[in-house]
Design a protein around this ligand. Sequence first.
Ligand SMILES: O=P(O)(O)OC[C@H]1O[C@H](OP(=O)(O)OP(=O)(O)O)[C@H](O)[C@@H]1O
Ligand SMILES: Nc1nc2[nH]cnc2c(=O)[nH]1
Length: 179
Amino acid sequence: MDNDIEKVLYSREEIAGAAKRIGKELTHDYEGRQPLVISVLKGAIFFTVDVLKEFDCYTDIDFVDVSSYHGGTESSGKVDLVREINTDIKGRDIILIEDIIDTGRTLEYMVNLLKQGGANDIKVCTLLDKPEGRVVDIKANYVGFNVPNEFVVGYGLDYNELYRNLPYVGILKPAVYQK
Ligand SMILES: O=P(O)(O)OC[C@H]1O[C@H](OP(=O)(O)OP(=O)(O)O)[C@H](O)[C@@H]1O
Ligand SMILES: Nc1nc2[nH]cnc2c(=O)[nH]1
């Protein structure tokens, strides 16, 4: 897979550092509380695991699966709910974990879903933020890196379902898109 990568943007070590920093911030901010962590599948699985290992707090974990990039590099503009949240979120303090916020549509959808379910408080934690991609005015509370306006892969992020298992985040060579 390394041969398909044009440029590494964030190395394994840099990502581990960001996960540790955010895990420690969460530990400080949630002292004495019991938040529910919700990880947005599939992309956020790697970041969720690494942040949670640094989060010293009583917390339960659930997963939601939403999808709007159905192959290729462009958002379909419509967010599909593939797997619902199984935990009762009424009155809960939620930490939503994402891999990337780009257009902001997925996050907007998720925040509305959590509000409808009666969540008390919602905070968003993302490995990558791509502010130039935004079509919806929405922000995260905890950000690993601000990423340039490029389609990125690795560490959970896919291109046509591949490259999620790269241990770093990078940009694909143009030739890969022509395959
Ligand atoms: O801000 P947006 O433009 O909405 O993009 C962000 C979303 O896009 C990706 O999900 P995707 O729909 O590709 O599903 P996946 O995580 O299963 O790959 C990513 O994991 C985010 O959830
Ligand atoms: N893999 C991947 N998924 C995304 N979803 C929204 N933006 C991106 C991106 O840059 N890369």
